[in-house]
Design a protein around this ligand. Structure first.
Ligand code: C2G
Length: 135
């Protein structure tokens, strides 16, 4: 039984999020997903998410292949989460390349290529542009 852990904000869920969760699950048998809280996300990106942490957690929990979800309160606690959930593999998108190598002492660390051409930021920009057009 290989336990895989990954983390994210997963705001305005899109195919890039879905694919990294599917590929993470394919590396093991049990997928655990840490959802960054609204406070952590604000501290990281200085902007509010569109969906609350509770909605983002519920949405990710409903994705087939996701076995467990929890709230990620700080980037610094990753080692504790890896130990608490007994993860064998930490998976992140390659936009985080090298940032979590320190955890190679605890588990395998794998960076997967991001899905190009889609991001929550781009989606929100398109919606703003569209609403300006039709306003
Ligand atoms: N992702 C992807 N392709 C995209 C967009 C995102 O593969 N087009 C991946 C990211 O690389 C990340 C995951 O989807 O592994 C979640 O992305 P975000 O919701 O943007 O989360 P992020 O801000 O990277 O938060 O502890 C780390 C943070 O919680 C990660």
């Amino acid at each position: 039984m290989k336990r895989v852990i990954t983390f994210g904000t997963f705001d305005v869920l899109h195919v890039g999020h879905i694919r990294i969760l599917q590929r993470a699950k394919a590396l093991g048998d049990h997928l655990i997903v840490g959802i960054s809280t609204d406070a952590l996300n604000y501290s990281k990106k200085q902007k509010k998410t569109v969906y609350s942490q509770f909605d983002r957690l519920e949405i990710v929990k409903s994705i087939s292949g996701v076995d467990e979800v929890f709230f990620e309160h700080s980037l610094e606690q990753k080692g504790d989460y890896i130990k608490k959930y007994g993860a064998d593999i930490l998976v992140m998108g390659d936009d985080w390349m090298g940032r979590f190598d320190e955890f190679k002492s605890l588990c395998e660390v794998i960076y997967l290529p991001r899905t190009e051409g889609i991001s929550t930021t781009e989606i929100l920009a398109e919606i703003r542009a569209a609403s300006a057009t039709y306003a």
